[in-house]
Design a binder for this molecule. Structure first.
Ligand code: NDP
Ligand code: MG
Length: 392
């Protein structure tokens, strides 16, 4: 039996993980759940799965959650301490890190420190602190398994292979909601347009990241840390059908790809079950119906956020933490205040150009306080750019 703690259980990945737990109830048991403020859904999940612990980050909703779960043998906690307790809970051996944004970093580290196997969806945490998270996993002997579909594909292709035989990774990308739009058309798109992703149903933040292609920049950095491949050897290919989830090229010229329906429950199950393939009732890929598989180079002119994020990864140090923090602030503002879509990519380029040189210091990239400070600085610098724009 695999005992799970699900950090971010009320989100898109968290809810799909619970469906996976239903598929494989004889193998997966839910022992702890955590969310931000959606106490109603969290309470519903707790009543169904009967974990030993639930935690809600927002202390304001704590009384409602306690009231809803009164009389049940479930410990109910709140705030940062609650999240950390859910991450480190002794009853679980595997943690699904499915919170969104850098808010998930401390709980991720707590789960690693408690020795749990990690199924990682929360890419922002790894992007901002790849050195820290991978070093911590090595120190504790903890396995870091990818949940992101592209990284799961690479991980599947690498099964049974010698890592030294890998020549190149090709990370595929749907192209997002605006793949076909010209720059003039991109100037007019809204948050509602960005939230209509052609192939995947996901949380709001990642859906916007897909529309700017920043998500693909984050994923290249994620792949670098997960698989130890140099940035020069990680390529991005636009693949509108989202059926080939990524490819690995080997030094003998052979290429392996992983294909499947665009359904996150598959990579979630593969990570939670530790590569075991159990039967499930999910959809199947019908290649004859799909008909064709297209691959195109990404257009970095129309999607400058991709280039900026890739550059931040290559330059390294604290720059990925800085730019990820800036991107989180810009995406929040895009969703909340409707700042122009093109402002996101343009701001990321400008911030990276002007970034202070100390952020490139690789010696401090494994220091948690330095990562959090770089993230805060990214958010503050993005906020200043937004303010200046409105002052103009
Ligand atoms: P959602 O926005 O749907 O869900 C986020 C989850 O995290 C919710 O449970 C939310 O709680 C919780 N959460 C957010 N902020 C906090 C906080 N400060 N403290 C505690 N809990 C918090 O996101 P997704 O499920 O789409 O994405 C989660 C992660 O997985 C992201 O990093 C994303 O990039 C990655 N990912 C997602 C994919 C997808 O298909 N959705 C695919 C690949 C990667 P509440 O509901 O209470 O707000
Ligand atoms: Mg992905």
């Amino acid at each position: 039996m695999i005992n799970l703690t699900i950090l971010g259980s009320t989100g898109s990945i968290g809810r799909q993980a619970l469906e996976v737990a239903d598929w494989h109830a004889e193998r997966l048991r839910v022992r702890a759940l955590a969310a931000h403020d959606n106490w109603r859904l969290l309470a519903e999940q707790a009543k169904k799965y009967r974990p030993v612990l639930v935690a809600v980050a927002d202390e304001a909703v704590y009384p409602s959650l306690c009231e809803e779960l009164r009389g049940l043998p479930i410990q109910v906690l709140a705030g940062d301490e609650g999240l950390l307790a859910a991450a480190a809970v002794g009853a679980a051996d595997t943690a699904l890190a499915a919170m969104s944004g850098l808010a998930g970093l401390k709980p991720l580290l707590a789960a690693i420190d408690s020795g749990k196997t990690i199924a990682l969806a929360n890419k922002e945490a790894l992007v901002a602190s790849g050195q820290l998270v991978t070093a911590r996993c090595r120190e504790r002997g903890v396995e870091l398994r990818p949940v992101d579909s592209e990284h799961s594909a690479v991980w599947q292709c690498l099964a049974g292979e010698d890592p030294a035989a890998v020549e190149q990774l090709i990370i595929t990308c749907s192209g997002g909601a605006f793949r076909e739009l010209s720059r003039a058309e991109l100037a007019k798109v809204t948050a509602a347009d960005a939230l209509r992703h052609p192939n995947w149903q996901m949380g709001r933040k990642i859906t916007v990241d897909c529309a700017t292609l920043v998500n693909k920049g984050l994923e290249v950095i994620e792949a670098h840390w997960l698989f130890g491949v140099d940035y020069e050897d990680i390529k991005v290919a636009i693949h509108p059908q989202s059926l080939v989830h990524s490819l690995v090229c080997f030094r003998d010229g052979s290429v392996k790809a992983q294909l499947g329906p665009a359904d996150m429950r598959l990579p979630i199950a593969y990570a939670l079950l530790g590569r075991e393939r159990l039967p499930n009732p999910g959809p199947r890929l019908d290649l004859l119906q799909a008909g064709r598989l297209d691959f195109l180079p990404p257009d970095e002119d129309r999607f400058p956020g991709l280039t900026a994020m890739l550059d931040a990864g290559k330059r390294g140090g604290l720059l990925p933490a800085y730019l990820n923090g800036a991107n989180e602030a810009l995406v929040e503002a895009f969703l909340r205040d409707g700042i122009p879509y093109l402002f996101i990519g343009a701001s990321l380029c400008r911030l990276l150009e002007q970034a202070p040189s100390e952020l490139q210091d690789t010696a401090r990239a494994a220091d948690l306080d330095a990562v959090l400070a770089a993230d805060a600085r990214g958010r503050a610098d993005a906020a200043a750019l937004m303010e200046n724009r409105y002052a103009d």
